[in-house]
Design a binder for this molecule. Structure first.
Ligand code: PLP
Length: 386
């Protein structure tokens, strides 16, 4: 049958990382000894205090629709967190919205601002989730390349060259998926200056904010002069609290922006899951020890991945945060898709081709180290053997 799907649907692709993770799962289910290094999903269980808070909420009957922006208690806890961590003052009643996952937050941010023809700038290599959303809104994705040779440093001139009269929005993601790069305070200041000068909306994807290595500290761009009113903070519970399946995240921005986003939330989701919100409240207000325990484990794995590849034909940027190794395969004389297929065929390892993260990702393969130490050890040995 000729379904004549909408032009919008034909303009977008399925998520490369989700598809590969599903392929890996299917191969595992079929009995293959696959080492799945595709998806950015912490291998730790959700901390017990969070699970128990969700149980308790369910038993108390907190199983109904909530306020579309999220429960007042959770919004207050988010506001408190932003104040405590970054000295940022967001009104919980008007300047915060809780969403069913960060991906939904990306979609709300883009759909609220982007008209056909508008350009959205992303620092490459960048997370796969932005480009398809931009296309869905009819916008144009514009990548600003960065390279490992200078630690993925942002070059102001390169950024400025990519800005046109149609530029509307800029995404930053620090620590970065897939490279693990953390923006320096100097780079953040440059981005802020350019956003103010060119009147851009800035989406700060802070989802890996708690996973920083070597004593680094997170600085929010929203606190810089002229940035509060043009910044959308996007953060969530998936990575820091190992809560991927709970589908819970949030956006903080000025009232006018949140009002627009709330319209999208009301028509697409009504509200986030009530039980997940109770869990999120405990995540933010309860004991934070598990966040640090997981962070330390990721840092050890980062060291392992870096040491594992440092002197081989494949090299690896020393991730400054998040939980990905971005393997440089340029000396192998094959592109990233071919290299990923080769890894799967010869070593039963599934990684994500760097080309999924924009043109600047070609020549690289992303492996997630949010996986067990055993899988990681086996993967490093197998890749080096190959
Ligand atoms: N932003 C980045 C950079 C991510 O890597 C992810 C998930 O992989 C998300 C946002 C969305 O996370 P979630 O939808 O689980 O909240």
């Amino acid at each position: 049958m000729d379904y004549r799907f909408s032009e919008k649907m034909s303009s977008i692709q399925s998520s490369a990382t989700v598809m590969l993770a599903e392929k890996a799962r299917a191969l595992k289910d079929a009995g293959e000894a696959i080492i799945d290094l595709t998806i950015g999903e912490p291998d730790f269980p959700t901390p017990q205090n969070i699970v128990e808070a969700a149980h308790a909420a369910t038993k108390k009957g907190q199983t109904k629709y909530t306020n579309s922006r999220g429960t007042p208690e959770l919004r207050k806890a988010i506001s408190k967190k932003l104040d405590k961590d970054q000295d940022l003052k967001y009104d919980p009643n008007t300047e915060i919205i809780v969403t069913p996952g960060g991906k939904q937050g990306v979609m709300y941010s883009i759909l609220s601002f982007i008209n056909p023809g508008d350009e959205v700038i992303c620092l490459e290599p960048c997370w796969v989730g932005y480009e398809s959303c931009i296309q869905l809104a009819g916008g144009t994705y514009v990548g600003v390349p960065t390279v490992p040779e200078n630690g993925y440093a942002l070059d102001e001139e390169t950024l400025r060259k990519k800005i046109s009269r149609n530029s509307r929005m800029l995404f930053i993601n620090s620590p970065c998926n897939p490279t693990g790069k953390v923006l320096t305070n100097e780079e953040i200041a440059v981005i802020a200056k350019v956003c103010v000068e060119k009147n851009l909306i800035l989406v700060s994807d802070d989802i890996y904010e708690k996973i920083l290595f070597d004593g680094r500290r997170f600085t929010s761009i929203a606190g810089l002069p002229g940035m509060f009113e043009r910044t959308i903070i996007l953060n969530g519970f998936s990575k820091a609290y190992s809560m991927t399946g709970w589908r819970l995240a949030y956006l903080a921005a000025s009232k006018n922006i949140i009002d627009q986003m709330n319209k999208l939330q009301q028509l697409s989701a009504t509200c986030p899951s009530s039980v997940s919100q109770a869990a999120g409240l405990e995540a933010l207000s309860g004991d934070q020890a598990s966040v640090e325990t997981m962070r330390q484990a990721y840092e050890k794995r980062r060291d392992k991945v870096f040491a594992g590849f440092n002197n081989s034909k494949i090299s690896c940027f020393k991730a400054e945060g998040a939980f990905y190794g971005f393997l440089d395969i340029r000396k192998l004389n094959m592109n990233s898709v071919a290299a990923s297929e080769y890894l799967l065929e010869k070593a039963k390892i599934v990684g994500v081709p760097g080309s999924a993260f924009g043109n600047a990702g070609e020549g690289f393969v992303r492996i997630s180290f949010a996986t067990s130490d055993d899988s990681l050890n086996r993967a490093i040995e197998k890749i080096k053997e190959l």
